[in-house]
Design a protein around this ligand. Sequence first.
Ligand SMILES: O=C(O)CCC(=O)C(=O)O
Length: 279
Amino acid sequence: MIISWIPVRVYNIIHICSHALATHTHTADRIHFFAEPGALDETSGRLKVPKDRALNKVGHGLHVADEVFEAYSRSDKVARLVEALGWRDPVLPQSMYIFKQPGIGGEVTSHQDSTFLYTTPRQTCLGLWLALHDATMENGCLWVRPGSHLEPVRRQFVRNPEYFENGDKTKPLMIFRDLVSSENEIDWEGKLPEGSWPPPSEGLRDSGFIPVECKAGDLVCFPGTLDHLSLPNTSEKPRHTFQLHLIEGPNAGVTWSPENWLQVHGDSPFLSLSRHTSS
Ligand SMILES: O=C(O)CCC(=O)C(=O)O
């Protein structure tokens, strides 16, 4: 897939939401390539390093647009796991392959996935994070804050009404809406807690995070309210993962927020992971 990818204009992960929305590019059912910010010449949009080193991630429709990823996503193993965890009508809005390349793979700042994969009337996002290499403290394993999954989602990433409804094209397309009162705010929201970097990362432990080192083939499974992050990969070793983010669907009385940045074409539904439907 990467060999046949011909980079024309490359977007880093920060630009993608705005680009996708501004150009009506849909990424939910296609395969798009996202570069590490440090790999990109911002003026020309060209890569400064070989393309296989430059990639931050590939997404968000691997589960519908590539047969290998589709086979895994639709596998009975995944469906049985999700059912055992209590999901009644699991559907899959997005999948992604994250590279975290040696020496260039950057941090992922602390967040709750439900901020970006928001559902009503309750949060139902579930992440299935599959390690394709050993993930260690050296190559940027996940860090999570135990217990945070019981907390409410603090922010929602929404389409900006000033841009979309009032037509003010000078405003940002996407904004964060605060969902909690100021006393429940967390000062490292959307950032790394102070003292996270460099190792030994005492600031992370002081803020309640623990590392989740795992072996290739392990699956880390967590709800969208769990605070998590990962640090840069300064080692010589890659740290690839394939991730599914699923939610409950309409048959469980749950609605995907129309304000989320990721939307499907027309009314085509997300892929069902239920063992009892055939879509
Ligand atoms: O794989 C990582 O380093 C972090 C991924 C992540 O946080 C996410 O996809 O929500």
